[in-house]
Design a protein around this ligand. Structure first.
Ligand code: HEC
Length: 145
């Protein structure tokens, strides 16, 4: 057996210890609620909202610069929309027991709107006006709040 292989387990162990110590901070929060009670913490909501906000900003920048014939940008736009969809889906979990009743009331419509924007963005040639609409949907939900 080569001597270099003997060191592999130690490197692996060190990596696990480092990862575990980083993950440790976020794990504590999960343990404070029982698993059956799905509770979206305010902090989590804000975190997801910030991610949506960054996604929407990126989308806005791409859409502003692109032309309808640029297929590489079209790919980026649809993938950004999918990311938004994922985040919004996370926000929509557990309609009956969520602490964010307001969100559960409006998120379905928002998800539908993202789906529509994605469908239009995938067309050939693409139509991006629905993407711009998403920003106004964010604002609409915030105004209601
Ligand atoms: C379903 C309704 C709804 C939609 C749609 C929605 N938001 Fe929010 N947003 C909220 C609520 C409710 C809060 C407040 C969370 C709290 O403070 O409890 C919030 C908070 C935020 C915050 C503040 C986070 C912080 O750090 O305090 C940002 C930024 C934000 N939203 C961005 C967006 C963007 C961008 C979109 C569109 C992609 C969007 N939101 C769509 C309901 C919504």
């Amino acid at each position: 057996m080569k001597t270099s292989l003997k060191h592999q387990p130690f490197i692996g162990l060190a990596a696990i210890l480092i990862i575990a110590s980083i993950a440790g901070c976020t794990e504590v929060r999960k343990l404070t609620y029982s698993e059956s009670f799905i509770y979206i913490e305010n902090k989590e909501v804000k975190n997801l909202m910030r991610q949506m906000s960054m996604g929407v900003n990126r989308l806005g920048q791409i859409v502003a610069k692109t032309t309808t014939t640029d297929t590489a940008q079209q790919q980026k736009i649809t993938s950004e929309l999918s990311k938004l969809e994922n985040i919004a889906t996370k926000l929509s979990v557990s309609h009956t027991q969520t602490n964010q009743l307001f969100i559960s009331d409006h998120i379905e419509q928002f998800l539908t709107d993202i789906g529509t924007a994605k469908m239009f963005a995938k067309m050939n040639p693409p139509e991006y006006s629905e993407v711009e609409e998403i920003v106004s949907h964010c604002q609409a939900c915030h105004k209601l709040h």
